[in-house]
Design a protein around this ligand. Structure first.
Ligand code: BDR
Ligand code: CA
Length: 309
């Protein structure tokens, strides 16, 4: 299996990525680090513990990370994910503990100790990953690759130009994309095709388990906010495309392209400027998702909820 650390801000779609990573035998889930994003880091950490508790995911360390971006002040997304960051279902008190180490220390320890390089899967703002690379540049050699959800080859969602995860910490994103590591970027241009339509929700509901019920409650809430805020017919499950790509490398079509992070634009800060046509002459620094086999993606998600029982 592929050794993986999820770095996330759950978040409805982050929650499904945790389920997918924990359920699939192709993934060895070494840990979960949390970051401020969809909500404060206190809330996203609590939510990671809640998801692991209800799904019976035990023995996977959860370490809390940065409370905001490297520079400036952060943004949160209560309009999309609610005040808790995971509104919709009811959760009991989580029994899964939080690791005593902060996220960067946990990442440092795990990368040093693991016998082979580890794949990092960030699905929130890139603050923790950038902080790790700044504090421990030598550990880049212990990272197999970075497969992240963020950005877009097209328009943004938080501003016309910028996607939420990149806008929330553009300097961190710039560090991650310019570090020389193999980066795979799965952005809105792909994730907006992965809509949890009523037939998908019905397939999960038909599993009939308490976890399936929780998942349909999450998707129902997410669907309501996506309809109200963006006018979408169904909610896009952005983040699980990352782990789905690891499980099934042919699921998402990638192109190798130069990606620059806009740091200074008056109206475009946080944009991912993807040179799909090679007009800049810049060296490609990322594998960028451009298409996805949507039915195969949903099969993986439904199978994960079923496997967790
Ligand atoms: C990204 O932003 C968050 O709201 C989601 O969890 C996803 O990671 C989509 O722009
Ligand atoms: Ca996320």
């Amino acid at each position: 299996p592929i050794p993986v650390i999820l770095d996330c801000d759950p978040g409805h779609d982050d929650a499904f990525n945790i389920l997918l990573a924990a359920a699939h035998p192709a993934v060895q889930l070494l840990g979960i680090t949390t970051v401020a994003g969809n909500q404060t880091v206190e809330k996203t950490t609590l939510n990671a513990r809640r998801v692991c508790t209800v799904a019976g995911i035990e023995g996977v360390p959860i370490a809390a990370g940065l409370a905001g971006p490297l520079h400036g002040s952060g943004i949160v997304a209560p309009d999309i994910h609610g005040e808790s960051g995971l509104d919709g279902p009811g959760f009991g008190e989580p029994t899964v503990p939080v690791d005593g180490r902060d996220a960067v220390t946990f990442l440092r320890d795990t990368l040093r100790a693991h016998p082979v390089p580890v794949t990092l899967v960030p699905t929130g703002p890139l603050s923790n990953i950038a902080a790790l690379l700044l504090a421990h540049p030598e550990l880049a050699a212990r990272i197999e690759r970075i497969v992240l959800m963020g950005g877009s080859t097209e328009r943004g969602n938080r501003t016309p130009a910028a996607e939420f995860n990149i806008l929330a910490d553009p300097e961190a994103a710039d560090i991650v994309f310019s570090n020389g590591l193999p980066v795979t970027m799965i952005g809105l241009n792909v994730s907006h095709r992965a809509l949890a339509t009523p037939d998908v929700v019905a397939r999960i509901d038909a599993l009939g388990t308490p976890l399936a019920r929780l998942c349909t409650d999450l998707l129902t809430y997410f669907g309501t906010t996506y309809r109200e805020v963006f006018g979408f017919p169904a909610p896009p499950l952005h983040d699980p495309l990352t782990v789905a790509h690891l499980i099934d490398p042919d699921l998402i079509t990638l192109v190798h392209a130069p990606v620059a992070i806009e740091l200074t634009g008056t109206h475009t800060r946080g944009a991912t400027v993807v040179d799909l046509d090679g007009v800049t002459g810049a060296r490609p620094n990322a594998y960028v998702g451009v298409d996805v086999d949507v039915p195969r993606f949903w099969d993986l998600v439904v199978d994960a909820v079923r496997a967790l029982g």
